[in-house]
Design a protein. Structure first.
Length: 131
């Protein structure tokens, strides 16, 4: 049993990219699917697919690579953890890596990146930074 599904999710993505896998398969949840959708919109993931029925649903994520064959995801930093939740107001949301990365937040309006949250004028729980 995984106690931190978000950390498991981002670790699977970075590890699969490090060894050159094309796809990553993980247990399905609506929360992980929403995060994966935001990563796809931000350009870190190529495709998302839901497979299976009932209890055996999986989320298959196709990773994105650049022309040189290196993964687009260079690094990920988990911010809010199960033992210590960290929340950020709109004024505390700053660009990640001078705008070359993204901060993924869980807001009352759903999962958002830092740019979307600033535009919508909403804060929330800072899940992780990705660059």
């Amino acid at each position: 049993m995984v106690t931190d599904p978000v950390a498991d999710f981002i670790n699977r993505l970075t590890n699969a990219g490090a060894v050159g896998h094309k796809t990553v398969s993980l247990p399905f949840s609506l929360f992980k699917a929403a995060i994966a959708e935001k990563l796809k919109e931000a350009g870190y993931v190529a495709a998302i697919e839901k497979k299976g029925k009932k209890v055996r649903k999986t989320l298959d994520i196709t990773l994105k690579y650049d022309e040189a064959g290196k993964p687009v995801i260079h690094g990920v930093k988990r911010i809010s953890k199960p033992g210590r939740r960290l929340y950020r107001s709109v004024n505390e949301i700053i660009p990640v890596r001078y705008g070359h990365g993204a901060l993924v937040l869980s807001t009352p309006k759903g999962i958002m990146t830092d740019k979307e949250a600033r535009k919508a004028n909403v804060g929330g729980e800072a899940l992780f930074e990705i660059w």
